[in-house]
Design a protein around this ligand. Sequence first.
Ligand code: NAP
Length: 273
Amino acid sequence: MIVVTGATGNVGREVVRLLAGSGARVRALSRDPAMATMPAGAEAVAGDLTDPSSLAPALAGAEALFLLSGYAPEIFAEAEKAGVRRVVLLSGGSAETGDRSNAVARYMIDTEDALRASGLAWTMVRPRMFMTNAFQWLPQLRAGVVRAPWPDVPSAVIDPADIAAVAAKALVSAEHEGREYPVTGPEALRPADRVRILGEVLGREIRYEAQPDDEARAEMLTQMPEPYVDAFFSFYSEGKLDEATVFPSVEQVTGRPPRTFADWARANVERLQ
Ligand SMILES: NC(=O)c1ccc[n+]([C@@H]2O[C@H](COP(=O)([O-])OP(=O)(O)OC[C@H]3O[C@@H](n4cnc5c(N)ncnc54)[C@H](OP(=O)(O)O)[C@@H]3O)[C@@H](O)[C@H]2O)c1
């Protein structure tokens, strides 16, 4: 039995689909399992990561856990108590910076440290920027002009389905225990490159405009707490996070190369319209 948290999200949904498709027994965790549609072989179960004791029924008898970062370290004690042996953590590239003054890096680092300090076997999956972040541009894509910050910052964006493919392999084999995988797509793209590719796939003219930092900061403050806004400015304006380096992890772990941004856009063309 494998427990997947974030099972209604970009990565977890694919982890569930891959595991269930390969015949594994899967419990898919959601705060609202009645609303979650799951593939055959996966059972939606209730649990809230902010309340570790609520996870006990989901974890009972499970051997592996796919876990999101940023929640209470007591989750690991709950997992050990339930008999879980192995945890695959959805961390992020910022865990590699070691910068605890950065609110995003800190929650990744703290979760990784708590997992390492537990008696559980672990694999750290550290993806770079998700391709699905481009869904934030939907209204702008429809209007034909995308204004986004950090024009000179390239990211080797990754399809969450490829992150899931790495995680799914690590959940079912001891081969990946004790490994930290930087997970990237096949090429580093600047925002203008991503907008150009979306225009090509959608078959229409879409312009990129560099958004000034003050305008981007004001917009982000309407969407997330200030320490997180500061964290992203530290990553991308101050250059504290390298997301441009391409790593071979997806191919090494799954046996096939990661999907390109154009592949991802073609697979999601209806939603991007
Ligand atoms: N976006 C990026 O570029 C990026 C880059 C690196 C790392 N990451 C990491 O990836 C994570 C997001 O992954 P994603 O895109 O797959 O997720 P997502 O699509 O944003 O979905 C969030 C998931 O978290 C679950 N969740 C939220 N609060 C919960 C709680 N209190 N208890 C239980 N489940 C809870 C939700 O489940 P229910 O609503 O069904 O309960 C949902 O399945 C981020 O948190 C970040 O740590 C993201």
